[in-house]
Design a protein around this ligand. Structure first.
Ligand SMILES: [Fe+2]
Length: 176
């Protein structure tokens, strides 16, 4: 087990990591339950040193082992991810602020069209599997900072990111 920051939730993460060997739906339920418990702690990130970057987002490692990697992500106003999918499970909770999450459907290996849009407000939790809809973009459309906790089902030491592929929005004029 590798703990890179002095978070107080080591046991909770370790138990969730063991559950990652369970079936997909069972693991997502466990991930959601873990995030509910984390959000209930007002001192959740008191011991985590959060980096901030104007115009962008920062991933701050909270916990990692050979099965899960947990980041606190600080989203500055206007920051957004690429349009991407994941090679692993992804469970996240909004700690503060709000993010727009857009879901997409792939039209080919590199292009997508938007399908659904959500506002993820503080306290909200969402979970997804690599075998389900997980092609999305997160965007802080507000002028306030947002912070979220993400639990990814992979070993953060084995690869740099939870992202599998990145996409561009399909230009409908090219399909005419
Ligand atoms: Fe993502």
């Amino acid at each position: 087990m590798l703990i890179l920051q002095d978070a107080d939730h080591t046991e909770l993460f370790a138990q969730l990591s063991a559950k990652s060997l369970a079936s997909g739906p069972e693991y997502l339920t466990a991930g959601r339950e873990a995030l509910v418990r984390l959000l209930a702690d007002p001192g959740l990130l008191d011991t985590v040193k959060l980096e901030r970057r104007a115009g962008g987002y920062t991933r701050n490692l909270v916990f990692g082992d050979d099965r899960i990697t947990v980041y606190a992500i600080v989203w500055s106003a206007g920051s957004k991810t690429s349009i991407h999918d994941h090679h692993c499970s992804c469970c996240f909770a909004m700690v503060s602020g709000a993010l727009q999450e857009t879901w997409y459907e792939a039209v080919d290996k590199t292009h997508v069209v938007p399908s659904r849009e959500f506002m993820r407000n503080a306290g909200e939790i969402a979970c997804m599997l690599p075998t389900g809809p997980n092609l999305h973009r997160m965007f802080n459309v507000s002028d306030e900072e947002a912070i979220s906790i993400h639990i990814y089902g992979y070993d953060g030491r084995s690869r740099a990111s939870s992202i599998d592929c990145e996409y561009d929005v399909s230009d409908p004029s090219h399909s005419q």
